[in-house]
Design a protein around this ligand. Sequence first.
Ligand code: AHG
Ligand code: MN
Ligand code: MN
Length: 336
Amino acid sequence: MQTLGEFIVKKEHDFPHATGELTALLSAIKLGAKIINRDINKAGLLNILGANGVTNPQGEAQTKLDEFANGALKAALEARTEVAGIASEEEEDVVIFKGEKAKNAKYVVLMDPLDGSSNIDVNVSVGTIFSIYRRTTAIGLPITETDFLQRGRAQIAAGYIVYGSSTMLVYTTGCGVHAFTYDPSLGEFCLSHEAVRYPTQGHIYSINEGNYIKFPLGIKEYIKYCQQEDEATGRPYSSRYIGSLVADFHRNLLKGGIYMYPETASYPQGKLRLLYECNPMAFLAEQAGGKATDGTRLILDIDPTELHQRSPLFIGSQSMVEKVEQLIAESSKNTF
Ligand code: AHG
Ligand code: MN
Ligand code: MN
């Protein structure tokens, strides 16, 4: 059995100039995840369910656990010498850590501390998403928001924790995707899936079909395509939608499938946030042989302009993402 800590150190030896800093940073995330996991598991017993009466920077109701998870992860990262600052779904502005050590720290972290938080009160899987970049401001100077507004392609590591029937941490540093299952009796994440790849043919599509009437034409056509019978591609596909990006993505990664959140009437730019939801998941998807686009552009090639900017997202098995892209392109030609 191999623990996450051992695995990261072993992998680091593959990089000749590695300094151990990324290893230390990932271990801070691991600690944050253990703390969040502990409290999520006891959620029904503690007074931590429900809303806290605060609205987050995107105008969505914050839950007590959103606030708690944000605090736990922020504290774990601030305690280290490797992180210059963080950006979070639950923080309006970037948080620039204080002191000399932060001025010299090499990395910035973006995070969605609790993803799918509307599921928490009903005991359905939720997650944590993280994305790590090298700072762009020179070492020794205070970082600014610009350090966080980098293309997804520049990520040096990304991953998620899924708090499901078991808790798993899944990450990439650009050398494949590796997954670790938490053993509560040991207090350790243990390697359970090395070098995860999407199955060649997926059979699952995940989308909130309650928004169907307002979907763009290409998406409606893709849904129809998923539902049509065809032996060669194994259609009709199954529809599965949890409403936690992390959990939906995780299932589709292991089983083969596509997750879609297009633009809708309520969310004309899409609902998901580019920097701490779409980009880290897109990095993982590409590293597992899949694809992630906003319908026309690769997610990882989008130049961000705002910290909390949203984007449509089509992510999963490559052939499925390419099919929906094709139908989006054809439907846009037909309207002119
Ligand atoms: P968060 O809880 O971090 O705000 O994210 C919720 C996101 C995502 O996880 C999920 O897939 C999507 O919102 C669900 O949205 P709908 O309820 O509109 O389907
Ligand atoms: Mn989220
Ligand atoms: Mn969230």
